[in-house]
Design a protein around this ligand. Structure first.
Ligand SMILES: Cc1cc2nc3c(=O)[nH]c(=O)nc-3n(C[C@H](O)[C@H](O)[C@H](O)COP(=O)(O)OP(=O)(O)OC[C@H]3O[C@@H](n4cnc5c(N)ncnc54)[C@H](O)[C@@H]3O)c2cc1C
Length: 490
């Protein structure tokens, strides 16, 4: 079939593939600027998707930017004003940093959250077409010039556009067809995800987002809308496929290994089945080229352990719209704007990428991390820095200033019996930090040529990356990476 857009019966300024976080954010921004925006999604809408949904204050600030926050708050999820993290016998209680006037987190199920986003995009003037699966992109020379899709009735339809935005998630068809596979940098997760909803019982703390670590296990309880609690467990990854009965078993076993979480859910009634996400990898893909861009998970994904994906999809979807709105029909300027947008996302997200991969290692807490918990339990400023990292108001490097790092090592040597284990951990952290810096300066260095090459279908999935070739099972950088902007939430 010809790839040329000449046959396209319809044209738009922008075609967006995917109508959830990233796609809706781009659509809202571009439609408000007066452009003709068509959004195609393969799913029926509204609908659920495989994702938990904790939003830190920075995520809510993104909803506020889009004008969607009031409708999301109206879904009735309780404001989470306290953060609690426990591990190795220490419990850290803290509040959230304020971002754009918002001082709490929120956990809103995706059917409602995504529906608000779609409705906001429609109100802004975007046309949303559900049950419409994009199968390939149209080309004009080396440019991406539109898409071909199958509509709900099974008909093949083509739309030409100055810009194709692939907001179609981790298995992005757009990424595949423009040649953005395999990713520039991939780090397999050391953890699997299993989650379920519970009907909460009266008297339980519905204002607290809680996380527990026991051995190599990690579990959370986040009160959400409709009187429910979302509970996600992330035990070490098990290779291979995971059917419904294995998911149920692994979820239940993990709960049993985390008594404080089991206690939080005591007398609560389970609602619905256990959902599983296994075999996850964090990555950066090449995310911009002639006439195309990949916001959201299509271009960049971090393990759910730090709950950053929705915020980043909203933010870089919006920033993409803002970056291109004035230059949509000037190809050279458009492509420059796309490259600058991509660069900004890499610069703002790479430290969090490494921080996330560190927590996704799927191991028990190591000596330096235990010392961090011990100190943070009694040091409100340290606790605030840590919570600020998750809310993107502080940078991971702020935990590793020379003074803080020295105090951490000295404290671990004083309080933990196995001196050699502490020194081994320190050596590992330094090695991993160095490898992270190397990986981001090579794989993500930013001078990869733009691509728009059809790929063989055999290339569809990421090739396995040998662990030895990875940038790391990662840690925060031992010294400050100066190219990471200080405040990225604006
Ligand atoms: C288990 C798990 C737990 C998570 N927990 C959290 C959390 O607590 N907090 C957080 O912030 N993030 C979390 N995330 C991350 C979050 O889910 C994603 O980062 C976020 O959904 C990305 O939004 P998106 O718009 O890029 O993609 P998606 O939400 O994946 O949406 C992509 C859309 O594209 C559509 N699509 C796909 N292919 C096509 C096609 N060919 N044609 C047309 N449409 C197509 C799909 O139907 C879908 O609607 C979690 C992820 C997982 C896997």
């Amino acid at each position: 079939m010809p790839d040329s857009p000449a046959a396209a019966a319809e044209s738009a300024d922008v075609v967006i593939v995917g109508a959830r976080c990233a796609g809706a954010a781009s659509a809202i921004t571009l439609a408000r600027a007066g452009h003709r925006v068509v959004v195609l999604d393969a799913a029926p809408l509204p609908s659920d998707t495989l994702s938990t949904h904790l939003l830190w204050p920075a995520g809510l600030a993104e909803l506020q930017h889009l004008g969607a926050l009031a409708d999301v708050l109206a879904l009735g999820a309780p404001p989470l004003t306290n953060a609690y993290a426990a591990g190795a016998g220490y419990g850290i209680d803290t509040t959230f940093p304020t971002v754009d006037g918002i001082d709490h987190a929120l956990c809103v199920r995706r059917t409602g959250l995504d529906d608000v986003l779609v409705r906001t995009a429609r109100a802004a003037g975007a046309e949303i077409r559900q049950r419409s699966r994009v199968t390939s992109v149209l080309r004009a020379g080396n440019r991406c010039a539109g898409v071909r899709y199958t509509d709900g009735a099974g008909a093949t339809v083509e739309i030409s556009a100055a810009l194709v935005i692939g907001a179609d998630g981790r298995d992005s068809t757009v990424a595949q067809t423009v040649g953005a596979q395999p990713p520039l940098l991939t780090v397999p997760s050391g953890r699997d995800c299993y989650y379920a909803y519970w009907r909460d019982t009266p008297g339980r703390p519905r204002d607290t987002a809680a996380q527990w670590r026991v051995g190599a296990d990690l579990g959370t309880a986040f009160p959400c809308d409709d009187g429910l609690v979302l509970s996600l467990v992330q035990p070490p990854a098990v290779p291979g496929r995971c059917g419904p009965s294995a998911a149920e078993r692994r979820y239940t076993e993990a709960l049993q290994r985390i008594p404080a979480l089991a206690d939080r859910l005591r007398d609560c009634e389970r609602v619905g089945r256990v959902r599983a996400a296994t075999g996850l990898s964090s990555y950066f893909r090449r995310s911009a080229g002639p006439g195309w861009a990949l916001p959201g998970d299509a271009g960049h994904f971090k393990d759910p352990v730090t709950a950053q994906g929705i915020r980043d999809a909203l933010r870089y979807g919006r920033l993409l719209g803002e970056a291109v709105t004035e230059v949509l029909h000037e190809p050279e300027r458009l492509d420059r704007a796309l490259r600058a947008w991509e660069r900004r996302r890499v610069d703002e997200c790479r430290a969090m990428f490494h921080w996330t991969n560190r927590l996704a290692r799927g191991e028990a807490m190591r000596p330096l991390e235990i010392e961090l918990y011990r100190r943070a339990a009694d040091d409100p400023e340290l606790a605030r820095v840590t919570t600020g990292i998750f809310s993107r108001t502080r940078r991971p490097a702020e935990l590793h200033t020379p003074a803080r790092a020295l105090r951490l090592v000295a404290g671990a040597l004083r309080h933990q019996p196995d001196t050699r284990a502490v020194l081994r951990d320190l050596a590992l952290e330094l090695r991993i930090g160095a490898r992270n810096i190397h990986a981001t300066r090579t794989a993500l260095r930013g001078n990869t040529p733009p691509v728009l090459t059809p790929r063989r279908s055999a290339d569809r999935s990421d090739p396995p990356v040998p662990r030895s070739a990875l940038p790391a099972t990662l840690a925060a950088a031992p010294r400050r990476d100066r190219s990471v902007p200080a405040a990225e939430h604006r």
